[in-house]
Design a protein around this ligand. Structure first.
Ligand code: C5P
Length: 241
């Protein structure tokens, strides 16, 4: 089974309904400004100019619904963007997004609202990997030494050659992601990323090479890095919006 992007119908689901308590800001994290534009503007912008994307499902908390609608309208997107309400945990928000996505989507891409800096090759490389895998996720090799601890006591060192740090975007055959999410939600099985659900039910997944710049804007410090990265990429990633 060979996949060609032009025969695929890609829906991108963007969970943006987190509270963002770790960043200690008064406004919800997806709306925090970097050089006068909300983080969400940058993240949406990465998909708006991608001709393979048929639809975007933006999952938000009720307190940013109105602002999100204004933001989306200001972007004048060429594809439909649905704005829907999130859930208690990220997984619940993604599940809402999956259910709201067009039934005819063949590939679902899940991407965190707070990661505007993924490598430009990730989506196309991920689509290619779906020729041979059920799903694929952006990731980079772990550069630190990682140890397992109990309390303060070091129990073991995990060989880092076998470790990757997982990011989003994560891409899946739509039928498979729908199936694993349906099952996980009904069994109350929660994972820390979308791939973890597919792994749990025995599916074959791959890593897509990404860049270390694909930070998840989580802590106040990350905003400083994000400002530098916006400057670096403003004339490439967002030049056509
Ligand atoms: O909290 P965490 O860092 O895992 O959030 C990753 C992404 O998931 C963020 O974009 C956040 O807005 C989103 N999220 C969500 N619904 C939740 C919790 C997090 O959409 N209930």
């Amino acid at each position: 089974m060979l996949f060609h992007a032009k025969h695929e119908k890609i829906s991108v689901i963007i969970p943006a309904a987190g509270l963002g308590t770790r960043i200690k800001a008064s406004i919800p994290k997806p709306l925090l400004l970097i050089n006068n534009k909300p983080i969400l503007w940058y993240t949406l912008g990465r998909f708006l100019t991608n001709p393979s994307v048929a639809e975007i499902v933006l999952v938000v908390s009720p307190d940013i619904q109105e602002e999100s609608e204004k933001l989306v309208a200001s972007l004048r997107p060429i594809m439909p963007i649905k704005i829907i309400e999130g859930g208690k945990k990220r997984q619940d928000s993604v599940w809402n997004g999956i259910q709201a996505a067009d039934n005819s989507a063949t590939i679902l891409v899940i991407h965190d609202a707070v990661r505007p800096f993924f490598a430009p090759t990730v989506i196309d490389d991920g689509i290619q990997l779906l020729n041979t895998y059920h799903g694929a996720t952006a990731g980079v090799p772990v550069v630190h030494t990682i140890k397992r601890i109990e309390g303060k006591t070091i129990m073991e060192t995990i060989p880092r050659e076998s470790l990757v740090q997982i990011h989003t975007p994560q891409l899946f055959h739509a039928s498979i992601l729908r199936k694993v999410y349906q099952q996980a939600q009904s069994e109350n099985f929660y994972g820390t990323d979308d791939c973890m659900l597919a792994e749990h039910y025995g599916y074959k997944l791959a890593v897509i090479p990404d860049t270390y710049e694909n930070i998840k804007i989580t802590l106040p410090f990350d905003l400083q890095i994000a400002k530098m990265l916006v400057k670096k990429y403003e004339s490439t990633y967002w030049s056509r919006i």
